[in-house]
Design a protein around this ligand. Structure first.
Ligand code: NDP
Length: 411
């Protein structure tokens, strides 16, 4: 995990005034949890910039509550509406839009902390920009690191940024590795998975979006909820862990742990296994990353061991959940496959949520795309985005073909 004196030194210098935080994807689930933690520490943090994609009303409501200096709407066609509604609310918030606006929020001078919580590869350019600008980068946007892990880490290094993962599994591993002088003594990383809503359901042919989004333990946005139901979320996390912590596929295992109390583990060569535990609440990893290296209050419910009936662990079923196997394959194949995996998954999930594609067709769309799109490894963010677009063109074709042939779950 990259961390430099640059960010640390600035942190020391800034401790007497609240640190500005820019939240990319503020209207989402991670955005809401971050704002909740920040509101508990008004002396330490203040909201500097907020962004959304199309949810103007949600963004304006957040601006009324948190008074940022900058508000950005990703869909540039909505900039006028955002400006009018902010004026109507008597706010002088500066307005930005489109990719330039997102980049401005990522680089905002008064925000040494940036929360990357946009969903999908759309979050890649601002996440890279925040890294290059030397921010403390709190990374939830796993698709960015899956698509461009090496480029993102290089941007962190070059910019003197500090990257702290918000994904609960990677945050847990970061905590378990704290104090390890090197990774030489680590035998393996063990990522836990809840198993999602269909852990024990055998017939997945009639799954609806509502069923797929009803996660048993976590309240999350719709895309990551579907990813959890297919286990692609765990697949993306395996790739993310490999990149963030520098371990090969054969040193990263996944175990299904339905209670979501153990958020992940590290096994060391001496036989010790360190686990990070807590109630399933994203405010815990967010508070860890905001306060690091100090510990701050998160608002999450405390873990009561006397009320825990059991902690159980089982192997993932790669037959019923082929997306996890596809992600393993992509990690072994290299960076292009990871980009294609992510792009085709994003489109397949979108089509499933729009009832244009069956749940069981998500994996075949990804598999066909992985077969079809091959090229040399990307050397720049523009090349990543070009491969991402190529994969989307191909996946769109597969989705249209499969949708014509197929089944549409009603509700
Ligand atoms: P949500 O769908 O709840 O929120 C997504 C946010 O991104 C919204 O603010 C949305 O704006 C914005 N957004 C969507 N598309 C674009 C775009 N094209 N350009 C700019 N902004 C956009 O997602 P989550 O909060 O659940 O997840 C965010 C990220 O965090 C994902 O990568 C997810 O995998 C990761 N994550 C989430 C966890 C969770 O518990 N939710 C846990 C671990 C990781 P608008 O509201 O206007 O659409």
């Amino acid at each position: 995990m990259a961390g430099t004196m640059g960010e640390a030194a600035r942190h020391e210098a800034d401790q007497t005034v609240p640190r500005g935080v820019s939240i990319l994807g503020a209207t989402g689930s991670i955005g809401a949890s971050t704002l909740d933690v920040i509101a508990r520490h008004p002396g330490q943090f203040r909201v500097a910039a907020l962004t959304a994609h199309r949810n103007v009303a949600g963004l304006v409501a957040l601006c009324v509550q948190h008074r940022p200096e900058l508000a950005v709407i990703g869909d540039a066609a909505l900039e006028g509406q955002l400006r009018t509604e902010l004026q109507r609310a008597d706010l002088r918030t500066r307005v930005g839009s489109g990719v330039p606006g997102l980049l401005e929020a990522a680089q905002c001078e008064n925000a040494p902390v940036v929360v990357a919580a946009i969903v999908g590869a759309a979050g890649l350019p601002p996440t890279i920009a925040a890294a290059r600008a030397g921010k403390r980068l709190l990374l939830a946007n796993k698709e960015a690191i899956v698509c461009a892990g090496a480029l993102l880490l290089e941007a962190v290094r070059a910019g003197g940024a500090t990257l702290l993962p918000l994904d609960s599994e990677h945050n847990a591993i970061h905590q378990c590795l704290a104090g390890a002088r090197s990774h030489a003594g680590v035998r393996r990383l063990i990522l836990t998975a809840s198993g999602g809503p269909f852990r024990v359901r055998q017939d997945l042919s009639q799954v609806t979006p509502e069923q797929a989004c009803a996660h048993p333990n976590w309240q999350m946005g719709r895309k990551i909820s579907v990813d959890s139901a297919t286990l692609m979320n765990k697949g993306l996390e395996v790739i993310e862990a490999s990149c963030l912590f520098g371990f090969a596929r054969n040193q990263i295992d996944v175990v299904v742990h339905p209670q979501s109390v153990v958020h992940s583990m590290v096994e060391f060569g001496d036989g010790s296994v360190l686990a990070q535990m807590g109630t399933p609440d994203m405010r815990t990893p967010i508070a860890y990353a905001l306060g690091f290296p100090e510990r701050i209050e998160s608002g999450s419910e405390r873990l009561d061991f006397l009320r825990l009936s059991a902690l159980t662990f089982e192997a993932p079923d790669l037959g019923r959940f082929p997306c996890l196997a596809l992600a393993y394959r992509a990690l072994e194949s290299g960076p292009v496959a990871s980009i294609v995996l992510n792009a085709s998954n994003e489109l397949a999930v979108e089509a499933f949520l729009a009832r244009r594609l069956a749940f069981m067709a998500i994996a075949p769309v990804i598999s066909e795309s992985l077969e079809a799109v091959t090229c040399g490894a990307p050397q720049s963010v523009d090349e990543v985005l070009a491969i991402d677009e190529l994969a989307r063109v191909h996946a769109r074709g597969v989705i249209v073909r499969r949708a014509r042939a197929g089944f549409h779950p009603d509700s």
